[in-house]
Design a binder for this molecule. Structure first.
Ligand SMILES: Nc1ncnc2c1ncn2[C@@H]1O[C@H](COP(=O)(O)OP(=O)(O)O)[C@@H](O)[C@H]1O
Ligand SMILES: [Mg+2]
Length: 244
């Protein structure tokens, strides 16, 4: 569904993505892992058109979107849940979503469905963004992306700053979206979380993908785990995957 080939992205003269190549298959969860500063957010932004690449290609559903403006990429079905959530603090939960609703696609999420799946947001619907907890803000950021009715959802560090209980809740949401046919690209530092929900994983280091494999094989690779993912050697493998 998404094919990225030899992508190079800069901030001014700073060459951040130095030839990223990866693919994300339709109907799957594809994780992009790596330590802080390797270029995960830059990759998400390049796909969404917010920081366009200077060289290489992003092809989505057969369309070359490398230099397509962000609003057009959004219309094609890609929604980004940015790192740090970026919800509107002075708008209510309901208003944050209402401004994102896509009425041009007949199928998909609307406010009613969001409130059914995220009961916490339903309770908080009249609260303003700045009155929400970190976990509630993350759920709202995901919900806001969903009402745009994407076929491809990019989640940039959705578990950052969340308690283990809320991390588990985000995992549940990701599995549900996948079951409903949404394809997902998940950028994460939290490898232990990502391998539980991903079908395939790419590991980045210094602006390139250095390792692409399935989650079980990744978790068995002590060298990659300790050197590229910062997972302490003592952490035991998750014994419950996928889908649990
Ligand atoms: N707006 C920016 N201007 C200049 N450099 C940036 C900017 N955003 C990120 N960088 C740099 O690009 C590199 C990759 O950052 P980022 O994509 O945020 O990594 P990650 O999401 O993996 O932590 C880092 O060295 C970071 O300092
Ligand atoms: Mg980031």
């Amino acid at each position: 569904m998404l094919q990225i080939t030899d992508l190079h992205t800069y901030y001014g003269e700073s060459h951040v993505l130095q030839g990223v190549t990866l693919a994300a298959a339709r109907g799957t969860v594809t994780a992009v892992l790596g330590r802080n500063g390797v270029g995960k957010t830059t990759l998400c932004r390049s796909i969404a058109g917010l920081t366009p690449a200077r060289a290489g290609a992003v092809v989505f559903d057969g369309n070359d979107i490398t230099r397509t403006p962000p609003y057009r990429i959004h219309d094609l079905g890609i929604s980004l849940v940015p790192q740090g959530r970026r919800i509107f603090p002075s708008l209510t939960v309901q208003e944050n979503m209402a401004i994102a609703v896509n009425t041009t696609r007949s199928q998909g999420w609307d406010l009613q469905k969001v409130f059914a799946v995220f009961p916490r947001l339903a309770e908080r619907r009249q609260n303003r963004g700045n009155e929400l907890s970190g976990g509630e803000q993350q759920m709202l950021a995901i919900a806001r992306a969903l009402v745009a009715r994407p076929t491809f959802l990019i989640l940039d560090e959705p578990t950052e700053g969340l308690s283990p209980m809320l991390v588990a809740e985000v995992a549940g949401v990701i599995r549900r979206l996948k079951d409903e046919g949404t394809s997902i690209l998940l950028a994460e530092q939290n490898a232990a979380f990502a391998v539980k929900v991903a079908d395939y994983v790419h590991v980045m280091s210094k602006g390139v993908v250095v390792h692409s494999t399935d989650p079980v094989a990744l978790w068995q690779n002590e060298e990659v785990k300790t050197q590229l993912l910062g997972v302490p050697a003592a952490v035991s493998p998750p014994n419950t995957r996928p889908g649990t």
